[in-house]
Design a protein around this ligand. Structure first.
Ligand code: ADP
Length: 472
């Protein structure tokens, strides 16, 4: 099957979170399974762009409202990522260093989507599936079906939408409706949700199938989805959950190029010890204490706003029994709170504010426990990475965390689960972790067990193939 993934992120080209990891891995494993998967994304000014060779695949011209613009589609020359990668260059809009957080993100991603649909309409053939990811690409199914210039060529091509995060919906005012290529105005209602143009809602209505990245998250969206609850209830017939995999080639403590001490389940104790020693030296932490890590975006969804208080409470009340390391960036207030704790608990706390891929790998390998108190977690990759590295996940029971982590109190449990994103629940979980840390035999069993759990992409690829087949 020929599958065209369209996304704002794709690791290692450009990544801000889990979306990038998924779009960097799923097509690779689809190709390995015999499909012809490709990725189309904006051409940002990233290192990957500078360090690799590209050829021009197509040059086109189109418009967004009154803005007429040229676009160029370039293709990476060597199939380096294991699939064909196409970058869409729109001068002045997409060619910037960051992926998001510009005032004109609406214009940037709308122009990107228009350019992609325009390009697809020039193809000699039609692909088997167009697979869109999140709100940045969710207007594409509408454009394919209801824009006059494209519907003859593209309305018969199945469009699938995967929702990695329903909190962000790409809302835009009706004053921007003229950005869209001329469309059948009888279909205006498809764009609307809550008196605005809501790209994610529009994608849910127009895509042939909608998936989310875990089963539990699919269920949760019917009662908690930032205003889309009724829509998920109504459209549930075409919605399903497919749990993400992880890229076992990138995330492997045996070969990981970011870590200095490689290990296997058999050598997990000595391997982790050396990695921990190194991180503790680098950040002035006491390697004798159980090391708790948090890695992620510092936002409310991840409950990062209660992180500083939770850590402070643990460090005050559980004197000299634990150490914490935080890697993250996001809300400036949270960044400030976490940074501010640096230096207050000698040997027991360090926060690194920023995005650092290499350091994240080192921390997964070094830490004893990984804390994820998320309020919302559509799938969550961190807990799966931590399991692969023998690091015990401590998670709130929600979304994909609930689907992937079994509490150590349950049969064959290997992690720690709690119910509330609260200081009290985090504190209690830390005390449970400290007691299992003292039980070396149990801890070793948990580590070895979780390291051998199969979270590979092969299963997910099979599920996506069945989904594509159901619409072909
Ligand atoms: P989300 O997509 O909601 O951010 P996921 O758990 O699905 O959450 O994916 C997060 C990904 O981003 C993981 O690969 C994690 O290691 C990475 N990550 C998040 N913040 C940072 C950071 N500050 N530095 C390095 N990697 C990070």
């Amino acid at each position: 099957m020929e599958i065209v993934h369209i996304s704002a992120e794709c690791y290692p080209v450009a990544k801000a979170g889990g979306l990038g990891d998924v779009v960097g891995a799923l097509p690779k494993y689809q190709c390995k399974a015999g499909h012809y998967a490709k990725v189309v994304m904006p051409m940002y000014e990233t290192q990957f762009l500078q360090q690799n060779d590209f050829v021009v695949d197509f040059k086109g011209h189109t418009q967004m409202g009154n803005l007429h613009f040229d676009y160029t589609v370039i293709k990476e020359k060597t199939n380096k990522l294991g699939f064909d990668l196409y970058l869409v260059d729109i001068k002045g809009l997409l060619d910037r260093e960051r992926i998001y957080s510009y005032d004109d993100d609406t214009e940037r991603f709308t122009a990107f989507q228009i350019a992609v649909v325009n390009w697809l309409s020039h193809w000699q053939h039609t692909p088997d599936v167009i697979h869109c990811h999140d709100h940045h690409t969710a207007l594409i199914p509408f454009m394919m079906q209801h824009c006059y210039d494209y519907r003859n060529k593209l309305s018969g091509v199945p469009a699938v939408l995967t929702i990695h995060n329903a909190q962000y919906q790409g809302w835009m005012g009706w004053d921007k409706s003229h950005y869209l290529p001329a469309y059948d105005t009888w279909k205006t209602g498809l764009l609307e949700w809550g008196n605005t143009i809501n790209p994610l809602a529009c994608g849910i209505k127009c895509a042939w199938r909608v998936t989310t990245v875990s089963w539990s998250y699919m269920d949760e969206l019917r009662w908690n989805s930032n205003g889309l609850e009724a829509l998920f209830e109504y459209e549930q017939g075409k919605c399903s959950g497919i749990l993400n995999g992880i890229d076992n080639e990138v995330w492997d403590p045996k070969t990981d190029t970011f870590i200095n001490h490689h290990y296997l389940p058999r050598t997990v104790v000595s391997g982790k010890k050396k990695n921990k020693q190194e991180i503790c030296e680098q950040f002035g932490l006491n390697p004798q204490l159980p090391l708790f890590a948090f890695i992620g975006r510092l936002v409310g969804e991840k409950a990062a706003d209660i992180l500083a208080e939770s850590i402070r409470t643990c460090l005050y009340t559980l004197e000299q029994q634990c150490a914490f390391i935080v890697l993250g960036s996001g809300d400036p207030q949270v960044e400030w709170e976490l940074q501010n704790l640096n230096g207050h608990f000698s040997g027991q706390y360090h926060a690194f504010i920023g995005y650092n891929e290499a350091l994240s790998h080192k921390i997964y390998a070094a830490a004893d426990f990984l804390l994820m108190p998320s309020r919302v977690e559509p799938c969550g990759l961190n807990q799966m990475y931590s399991m692969r590295y023998g690091t015990v996940p401590m998670v709130r029971s929600t979304g994909g965390l609930q689907d992937t982590v079994k509490d150590m109190g349950d049969w064959e449990g290997f992690g720690i689960r709690f119910n509330h994103a609260s200081v009290a629940d985090i504190h209690y979980s830390v005390t449970r972790a400290i007691s299992v840390y003292k039980d070396a035999k149990h801890l070793l069993w948990m580590r070895r067990y979780m390291m051998q759990i199969d979270h590979s992409w092969e299963k997910a690829v099979e599920n996506y193939t069945q989904l594509y087949q159901s619409v072909n």
